[in-house]
Write a protein that binds this ligand. Structure first.
Ligand code: ADE
Ligand code: ZN
Length: 335
Protein backbone atom coordinates (compact mmCIF):
# COMPACT_ATOMS: atom_id res chain seq x y z
CA UNK A 1 0.00 0.00 0.00
CA UNK A 2 2.87 2.40 0.86
CA UNK A 3 4.38 1.93 -2.62
CA UNK A 4 0.94 2.34 -4.18
CA UNK A 5 0.46 5.69 -2.43
CA UNK A 6 3.98 6.85 -3.25
CA UNK A 7 3.72 5.90 -6.92
CA UNK A 8 0.44 7.67 -7.74
CA UNK A 9 0.84 11.22 -9.05
CA UNK A 10 -1.22 13.52 -6.86
CA UNK A 11 -2.16 17.16 -6.24
CA UNK A 12 -1.93 18.94 -2.91
CA UNK A 13 -4.66 21.58 -2.48
CA UNK A 14 -4.30 22.69 1.15
CA UNK A 15 -0.80 23.71 2.15
CA UNK A 16 0.35 26.83 3.99
CA UNK A 17 3.84 27.63 2.76
CA UNK A 18 4.73 29.13 6.16
CA UNK A 19 3.64 25.82 7.70
CA UNK A 20 6.15 23.93 5.58
CA UNK A 21 9.06 25.71 7.31
CA UNK A 22 11.08 22.88 8.84
CA UNK A 23 12.96 23.67 12.09
CA UNK A 24 16.38 23.23 10.42
CA UNK A 25 15.60 25.84 7.75
CA UNK A 26 14.01 28.07 10.39
CA UNK A 27 17.28 28.15 12.33
CA UNK A 28 19.31 28.65 9.15
CA UNK A 29 17.19 31.66 8.11
CA UNK A 30 17.27 33.11 11.64
CA UNK A 31 21.08 33.02 11.51
CA UNK A 32 21.22 34.46 7.98
CA UNK A 33 18.89 37.33 8.99
CA UNK A 34 20.38 37.95 12.43
CA UNK A 35 17.17 37.13 14.25
CA UNK A 36 17.40 35.76 17.77
CA UNK A 37 15.03 32.92 18.66
CA UNK A 38 13.71 32.03 22.06
CA UNK A 39 14.64 28.37 21.46
CA UNK A 40 18.31 27.29 21.73
CA UNK A 41 18.21 24.61 19.06
CA UNK A 42 16.07 22.46 16.78
CA UNK A 43 15.34 19.89 19.52
CA UNK A 44 14.10 22.54 21.93
CA UNK A 45 11.90 24.08 19.25
CA UNK A 46 10.42 20.70 18.30
CA UNK A 47 9.46 20.12 21.94
CA UNK A 48 7.18 23.15 21.70
CA UNK A 49 5.25 21.48 18.84
CA UNK A 50 2.65 20.03 21.14
CA UNK A 51 -0.65 21.79 20.61
CA UNK A 52 -4.01 21.71 22.33
CA UNK A 53 -5.94 23.90 19.88
CA UNK A 54 -5.70 25.86 16.63
CA UNK A 55 -4.81 29.05 18.53
CA UNK A 56 -2.07 27.29 20.48
CA UNK A 57 -0.51 26.23 17.16
CA UNK A 58 -0.98 29.61 15.47
CA UNK A 59 0.95 31.40 18.25
CA UNK A 60 4.06 29.30 17.45
CA UNK A 61 3.48 29.29 13.69
CA UNK A 62 3.46 33.12 13.51
CA UNK A 63 6.65 33.27 15.60
CA UNK A 64 8.33 30.82 13.22
CA UNK A 65 7.33 32.90 10.19
CA UNK A 66 9.23 35.83 11.74
CA UNK A 67 12.50 34.55 10.22
CA UNK A 68 11.22 35.22 6.68
CA UNK A 69 12.34 38.66 5.54
CA UNK A 70 13.68 38.71 2.00
CA UNK A 71 12.70 37.46 -1.44
CA UNK A 72 15.38 34.74 -1.15
CA UNK A 73 13.94 33.48 2.13
CA UNK A 74 10.55 32.92 0.47
CA UNK A 75 12.30 31.29 -2.46
CA UNK A 76 14.27 28.89 -0.23
CA UNK A 77 11.16 28.04 1.81
CA UNK A 78 9.10 27.27 -1.29
CA UNK A 79 11.91 25.40 -3.01
CA UNK A 80 12.32 23.14 0.05
CA UNK A 81 8.60 22.33 -0.10
CA UNK A 82 8.69 21.65 -3.84
CA UNK A 83 11.69 19.31 -3.43
CA UNK A 84 9.49 17.26 -1.10
CA UNK A 85 6.70 17.35 -3.70
CA UNK A 86 9.09 15.93 -6.30
CA UNK A 87 10.08 13.10 -3.92
CA UNK A 88 6.43 12.27 -3.21
CA UNK A 89 5.06 12.39 -6.76
CA UNK A 90 3.05 15.53 -6.05
CA UNK A 91 2.69 16.90 -9.57
CA UNK A 92 0.41 19.87 -8.86
CA UNK A 93 0.24 22.18 -5.82
CA UNK A 94 -2.03 25.01 -4.71
CA UNK A 95 0.05 26.94 -2.21
CA UNK A 96 -1.46 29.28 0.40
CA UNK A 97 0.51 32.18 1.77
CA UNK A 98 -0.40 34.74 4.44
CA UNK A 99 0.90 38.14 3.26
CA UNK A 100 -0.28 39.99 6.38
CA UNK A 101 1.96 37.86 8.63
CA UNK A 102 4.89 39.40 6.78
CA UNK A 103 3.78 42.85 5.63
CA UNK A 104 2.94 43.83 9.21
CA UNK A 105 6.66 43.22 10.01
CA UNK A 106 7.73 45.51 7.17
CA UNK A 107 8.33 42.83 4.51
CA UNK A 108 7.54 44.01 0.97
CA UNK A 109 4.47 42.40 -0.61
CA UNK A 110 6.22 41.77 -3.91
CA UNK A 111 9.22 40.14 -2.17
CA UNK A 112 6.86 37.52 -0.72
CA UNK A 113 5.08 36.77 -3.99
CA UNK A 114 8.19 36.96 -6.19
CA UNK A 115 10.13 34.56 -3.98
CA UNK A 116 7.35 31.98 -3.86
CA UNK A 117 6.48 32.38 -7.54
CA UNK A 118 10.07 32.12 -8.77
CA UNK A 119 10.51 28.82 -6.90
CA UNK A 120 7.31 27.44 -8.46
CA UNK A 121 8.55 28.42 -11.94
CA UNK A 122 11.91 26.72 -11.33
CA UNK A 123 10.14 23.58 -10.04
CA UNK A 124 8.00 23.48 -13.15
CA UNK A 125 11.13 23.67 -15.32
CA UNK A 126 13.01 21.05 -13.28
CA UNK A 127 10.30 18.50 -12.45
CA UNK A 128 7.18 19.58 -14.38
CA UNK A 129 5.37 20.34 -11.09
CA UNK A 130 2.66 22.96 -11.67
CA UNK A 131 1.56 25.38 -8.93
CA UNK A 132 -1.03 28.05 -8.20
CA UNK A 133 -0.81 30.62 -5.41
CA UNK A 134 -3.65 31.32 -2.97
CA UNK A 135 -3.43 34.60 -1.08
CA UNK A 136 -5.06 34.03 2.32
CA UNK A 137 -6.51 36.78 4.49
CA UNK A 138 -5.97 36.47 8.24
CA UNK A 139 -9.44 36.34 9.77
CA UNK A 140 -8.32 37.55 13.21
CA UNK A 141 -7.50 40.91 11.56
CA UNK A 142 -10.09 43.39 10.26
CA UNK A 143 -11.78 43.43 6.87
CA UNK A 144 -10.16 46.83 6.32
CA UNK A 145 -6.75 45.22 6.71
CA UNK A 146 -7.73 42.51 4.22
CA UNK A 147 -8.74 45.28 1.78
CA UNK A 148 -5.24 46.81 2.09
CA UNK A 149 -3.78 43.41 1.23
CA UNK A 150 -6.11 43.04 -1.75
CA UNK A 151 -4.98 46.46 -2.96
CA UNK A 152 -1.30 45.52 -2.61
CA UNK A 153 -1.90 42.33 -4.57
CA UNK A 154 -2.68 44.36 -7.70
CA UNK A 155 1.04 44.62 -8.48
CA UNK A 156 1.28 40.80 -8.57
CA UNK A 157 -2.20 40.09 -9.89
CA UNK A 158 -1.20 37.64 -12.62
CA UNK A 159 0.87 35.52 -10.22
CA UNK A 160 -2.02 34.78 -7.82
CA UNK A 161 -4.94 32.53 -8.68
CA UNK A 162 -7.26 32.58 -5.65
CA UNK A 163 -8.00 34.13 -2.27
CA UNK A 164 -8.44 32.20 0.97
CA UNK A 165 -9.35 32.81 4.60
CA UNK A 166 -7.38 31.34 7.49
CA UNK A 167 -6.13 31.83 11.09
CA UNK A 168 -8.31 31.85 14.26
CA UNK A 169 -11.72 30.64 13.18
CA UNK A 170 -13.95 30.93 16.23
CA UNK A 171 -15.32 34.46 16.65
CA UNK A 172 -14.23 35.42 13.11
CA UNK A 173 -17.03 34.17 10.83
CA UNK A 174 -16.84 34.37 7.02
CA UNK A 175 -19.49 37.13 6.99
CA UNK A 176 -16.86 39.48 8.47
CA UNK A 177 -15.14 39.35 5.03
CA UNK A 178 -18.17 39.67 2.78
CA UNK A 179 -17.10 42.90 1.06
CA UNK A 180 -13.47 42.06 0.52
CA UNK A 181 -14.35 38.69 -1.01
CA UNK A 182 -16.82 40.42 -3.32
CA UNK A 183 -14.08 42.84 -4.42
CA UNK A 184 -11.58 39.97 -4.84
CA UNK A 185 -13.99 38.05 -7.07
CA UNK A 186 -14.52 41.20 -9.16
CA UNK A 187 -10.73 41.25 -9.66
CA UNK A 188 -10.87 37.67 -10.96
CA UNK A 189 -9.64 35.79 -7.90
CA UNK A 190 -11.29 32.46 -7.11
CA UNK A 191 -12.82 32.46 -3.59
CA UNK A 192 -11.82 29.74 -1.08
CA UNK A 193 -11.94 29.64 2.73
CA UNK A 194 -11.18 27.59 5.82
CA UNK A 195 -14.50 26.72 7.43
CA UNK A 196 -15.73 24.15 9.92
CA UNK A 197 -12.30 23.25 11.31
CA UNK A 198 -13.14 24.46 14.83
CA UNK A 199 -16.12 26.61 13.82
CA UNK A 200 -19.60 25.13 13.56
CA UNK A 201 -21.59 24.22 10.45
CA UNK A 202 -23.08 27.74 10.27
CA UNK A 203 -19.58 29.05 9.39
CA UNK A 204 -19.60 26.72 6.38
CA UNK A 205 -23.06 27.97 5.35
CA UNK A 206 -21.74 31.54 5.51
CA UNK A 207 -18.65 30.65 3.48
CA UNK A 208 -20.88 29.11 0.79
CA UNK A 209 -23.71 31.65 0.74
CA UNK A 210 -21.91 34.89 1.57
CA UNK A 211 -18.38 34.37 0.23
CA UNK A 212 -19.47 32.04 -2.60
CA UNK A 213 -16.48 29.77 -2.11
CA UNK A 214 -15.87 26.97 -4.61
CA UNK A 215 -13.91 24.69 -2.23
CA UNK A 216 -13.94 24.27 1.55
CA UNK A 217 -10.71 24.01 3.53
CA UNK A 218 -11.24 21.37 6.26
CA UNK A 219 -15.06 21.36 6.52
CA UNK A 220 -15.12 18.64 9.21
CA UNK A 221 -18.08 20.18 11.00
CA UNK A 222 -20.28 19.88 7.90
CA UNK A 223 -21.20 16.55 9.46
CA UNK A 224 -23.20 18.40 12.12
CA UNK A 225 -25.86 19.34 9.55
CA UNK A 226 -27.49 16.93 7.05
CA UNK A 227 -28.95 19.83 5.01
CA UNK A 228 -25.47 21.30 4.64
CA UNK A 229 -24.07 17.97 3.49
CA UNK A 230 -26.77 17.82 0.83
CA UNK A 231 -26.00 21.39 -0.26
CA UNK A 232 -22.26 20.72 -0.56
CA UNK A 233 -22.95 17.60 -2.64
CA UNK A 234 -25.44 19.47 -4.86
CA UNK A 235 -22.94 22.25 -5.50
CA UNK A 236 -20.24 19.66 -6.26
CA UNK A 237 -17.81 21.31 -3.87
CA UNK A 238 -14.84 19.48 -2.32
CA UNK A 239 -13.44 19.46 1.20
CA UNK A 240 -9.65 19.69 1.57
CA UNK A 241 -9.23 17.44 4.59
CA UNK A 242 -5.98 17.33 6.60
CA UNK A 243 -5.85 14.22 8.82
CA UNK A 244 -2.57 14.80 10.69
CA UNK A 245 -3.47 18.45 11.24
CA UNK A 246 -6.77 17.36 12.76
CA UNK A 247 -5.12 15.08 15.32
CA UNK A 248 -2.26 17.54 16.05
CA UNK A 249 -4.77 20.33 16.79
CA UNK A 250 -7.16 18.02 18.62
CA UNK A 251 -9.98 18.59 16.17
CA UNK A 252 -10.10 14.77 16.11
CA UNK A 253 -8.83 12.75 19.12
CA UNK A 254 -7.42 9.80 17.24
CA UNK A 255 -7.02 9.06 13.51
CA UNK A 256 -9.23 6.01 14.08
CA UNK A 257 -12.09 8.44 14.90
CA UNK A 258 -11.46 10.54 11.79
CA UNK A 259 -14.65 11.18 9.78
CA UNK A 260 -12.96 10.95 6.34
CA UNK A 261 -14.45 7.59 5.34
CA UNK A 262 -17.85 8.60 6.65
CA UNK A 263 -17.63 11.76 4.50
CA UNK A 264 -16.80 9.65 1.43
CA UNK A 265 -19.65 7.23 2.13
CA UNK A 266 -22.09 10.14 2.42
CA UNK A 267 -21.06 11.23 -1.08
CA UNK A 268 -18.90 14.20 -0.11
CA UNK A 269 -15.89 14.88 -2.34
CA UNK A 270 -12.82 14.74 -0.17
CA UNK A 271 -9.10 15.33 -0.77
CA UNK A 272 -6.09 14.59 1.48
CA UNK A 273 -3.60 17.31 2.36
CA UNK A 274 -0.86 18.18 4.84
CA UNK A 275 -1.88 21.76 5.91
CA UNK A 276 1.30 22.64 7.88
CA UNK A 277 3.56 19.59 7.42
CA UNK A 278 6.56 20.93 9.37
CA UNK A 279 4.38 21.26 12.48
CA UNK A 280 2.00 18.30 12.22
CA UNK A 281 4.35 15.36 11.75
CA UNK A 282 4.11 14.53 8.09
CA UNK A 283 4.00 15.45 4.44
CA UNK A 284 1.08 14.58 2.20
CA UNK A 285 2.10 10.94 1.58
CA UNK A 286 2.29 10.33 5.34
CA UNK A 287 -1.24 11.76 5.62
CA UNK A 288 -2.42 9.21 3.04
CA UNK A 289 -0.49 6.36 4.69
CA UNK A 290 -1.60 7.04 8.25
CA UNK A 291 -5.28 7.59 7.44
CA UNK A 292 -5.27 4.50 5.18
CA UNK A 293 -4.02 2.37 8.09
CA UNK A 294 -6.30 3.98 10.69
CA UNK A 295 -9.49 3.59 8.63
CA UNK A 296 -8.48 0.52 6.65
CA UNK A 297 -9.00 2.32 3.33
CA UNK A 298 -8.84 0.25 0.15
CA UNK A 299 -6.77 0.96 -2.97
CA UNK A 300 -10.02 2.02 -4.61
CA UNK A 301 -10.59 4.60 -1.80
CA UNK A 302 -7.06 5.95 -2.23
CA UNK A 303 -7.50 6.14 -5.99
CA UNK A 304 -10.76 8.07 -5.50
CA UNK A 305 -9.06 10.54 -3.13
CA UNK A 306 -6.15 11.09 -5.51
CA UNK A 307 -8.51 11.50 -8.45
CA UNK A 308 -10.45 14.10 -6.44
CA UNK A 309 -7.21 16.01 -5.85
CA UNK A 310 -6.99 16.73 -9.58
CA UNK A 311 -10.70 16.96 -10.26
CA UNK A 312 -11.26 19.62 -7.56
CA UNK A 313 -8.04 21.52 -8.25
CA UNK A 314 -8.14 24.92 -9.97
CA UNK A 315 -6.60 23.48 -13.14
CA UNK A 316 -8.48 23.96 -16.43
CA UNK A 317 -10.90 21.17 -17.37
CA UNK A 318 -8.72 19.95 -20.26
CA UNK A 319 -5.70 19.78 -17.96
CA UNK A 320 -7.70 17.93 -15.29
CA UNK A 321 -8.87 15.39 -17.86
CA UNK A 322 -5.29 14.76 -19.01
CA UNK A 323 -3.95 14.28 -15.49
CA UNK A 324 -6.83 11.98 -14.54
CA UNK A 325 -6.37 9.89 -17.71
CA UNK A 326 -2.66 9.39 -16.83
CA UNK A 327 -3.63 8.49 -13.27
CA UNK A 328 -6.28 6.02 -14.44
CA UNK A 329 -3.78 4.30 -16.71
CA UNK A 330 -1.29 3.91 -13.88
CA UNK A 331 -4.01 2.67 -11.53
CA UNK A 332 -5.10 0.05 -14.06
CA UNK A 333 -1.51 -1.22 -14.28
CA UNK A 334 -1.17 -1.39 -10.50
CA UNK A 335 -4.41 -3.09 -9.54
N1 ADE B 1 -3.03 28.78 9.20
C1 ADE B 1 -2.14 27.79 9.05
N2 ADE B 1 -2.71 26.61 9.30
C2 ADE B 1 -4.01 26.84 9.62
C3 ADE B 1 -5.11 26.03 9.97
N3 ADE B 1 -5.02 24.71 10.06
N4 ADE B 1 -6.28 26.64 10.23
C4 ADE B 1 -6.39 27.96 10.16
N5 ADE B 1 -5.38 28.76 9.84
C5 ADE B 1 -4.20 28.21 9.56
ZN1 ZN C 1 -5.08 25.28 6.65
Amino acid sequence: MKTFIETLPKAELHLHIEGSLEPELLFKLAKRNNISLKYKNVEELKKAYNFDSLQDFLDIYYQGAGVLLHENDFYDLTWAYLEKCAEQNVTHTEIMFDPQTHTERGVQFDAIVSGIYRATQDAEKKWGITSFLIMSFLRHLSEEDAFKTLEQSKMCREKIKAVGLDSSEKGNPPSKFKNVFKAAVEMGYIPLAHAGEEGDADYIWEALDILNIVRIDHGNNALQDPKLIEEIINRDIALTVCPLSNTALQVVKDLKDHPLKKMMDLGLKVTINSDDPAYFGGQVNKNYEDIQKALNLTKEDIYQLVKNSFNYSLLKDTEKAERIAQLAELYAQMS
